[in-house]
Design a binder for this molecule. Structure first.
Ligand SMILES: Cc1ncc(COP(=O)(O)O)c(C=O)c1O
Length: 345
């Protein structure tokens, strides 16, 4: 059966070029800084993100946790969106492992938090209060359908953070998607944050890994945090090699995924039983609502899975679809045909 994998951009399989690069990778003990392939990946990432240094970590979750723990002391508080991945889907790691508390604020549909709410959320220096230690932003915003935070908004948060002497950590799991949408280099977005985490294993197609980038001093401290978390890897060049291919070859093609997501959204907008405004789709994530009284999100998921089109329900009425390296234009057309057949039939 033909399968169209829209559950997540984490489902990509390494390409042949990646596998060959992994096979041929020169390696060494990265804990001692002796893996030339990891070193090359970190230098490349730092350059692309416009930061002094970068650190290779096992996952986006580890990258964000490394970032937060490096910025914040125990007993401090992090301001972030209630739908920030760091808050809702990373097992409260900063609280569990770092004694750090979260101050979640409402996320608007475009992924932003109201500036006035952020300002209100920053604690005054009262004896009773936790000290605010960090503001986290997410760009593109996963839960908010891949919405992209604009540079102007990020600059306003930067200004606010600077006024209060606070650092910003950017969860840029899909930063390159955001930059592609904004049509600017990723470094221009990352410049508005002190530290940034980017995933290699989502739309960029690598099997494993993320990078945290920031100043040389921050990354030196983050390296120690990573070691504490058990993330010091040895001959990690084997996986870093695929990451280099991801950064060198798969950034410039992200617009293709965005065009496919848009095509999917426009196709679904014309179908009975589904509700979506294609104009809100900016990157590679498409959230679509099922019309009340027709198929529930779960029924839609199950019945389409029987036809080989895979995606997830994210609530009773909403499903989420994600385009990526392993989904073609023709796959989207075929998925839309299957949906038409199911919903119009
Ligand atoms: C916005 C965002 N941040 C962080 C992560 C965590 O990445 P990982 O699954 O590699 O831990 C994800 C994963 O989907 C994500 O979407």
């Amino acid at each position: 059966m033909r399968i169209v994998e829209l559950r997540s951009d984490t489902k990509t399989k390494p390409t042949l070029v990646m596998r060959e690069a992994m096979f041929a990778a020169e390696v060494g003990d990265d804990v001692s800084g002796e893996d030339p392939t990891v070193n090359r990946l970190e230098e490349l990432a730092a350059e692309m993100l416009g930061k002094e240094a970068a650190l290779f970590v096992a996952s986006g979750t580890m990258g964000n946790l490394t970032g937060v723990l490096t910025h914040c002391r125990r007993g401090t508080e992090v301001i972030l969106g209630e739908w920030a991945h760091i808050y809702w889907a990373e097992v409260a790691g900063a609280a569990a492992l770092g004694g750090i508390s979260y101050r979640p604020l409402p996320n608007r549909p475009d992924g932003t938090m109201e500036l006035a709410r952020i300002e209100d959320g920053i604690r005054p220096p009262d004896l009773h209060y936790a000290q605010t230690g960090l503001i986290c932003l997410e760009n593109s915003h996963n839960r908010m359908g891949g919405a992209v935070l604009g540079l102007e908004y990020m600059a306003q948060v930067r200004e606010l953070a600077d006024a209060h002497g606070l650092p910003i950590h950017l969860d840029g799991a899909r930063l390159f998607n955001a930059a592609a949408y904004l049509d600017v280099p990723a470094a221009e977005v990352a410049a508005l944050a002190d530290s940034v985490q980017v995933c290699l294993s989502k739309g960029l197609g690598a099997p494993v890994g993320s990078l945290v980038a920031g100043t040389a001093d921050f990354i030196a401290r983050a390296r120690k945090t990573r070691k504490m978390l058990g993330g010091g890897m040895r001959q990690a060049g084997i996986i870093a090699a695929a990451g280099i291919v991801a950064l060198e070859q798969h950034v410039d093609r992200l617009q293709e995924d965005h065009a496919n997501a848009r095509l999917l959204a426009e196709g679904m907008a014309a179908l009975p039983g589904l509700e979506i405004d294609p104009d809100v789709v900016q990157t590679n994530i498409v959230n679509v609502r099922t019309t009340p009284g027709r198929l529930t999100a779960e029924q839609f998921e199950t019945q389409m899975a029987e036809r080989g089109v895979l995606f997830h329900a994210i609530s009773d009425s909403d499903v989420r679809m994600v385009t990526h390296l392993d989904v073609t234009h023709s796959d989207i057309l075929w998925a839309l045909e299957q949906m038409t057949d199911l919903l119009a039939g």
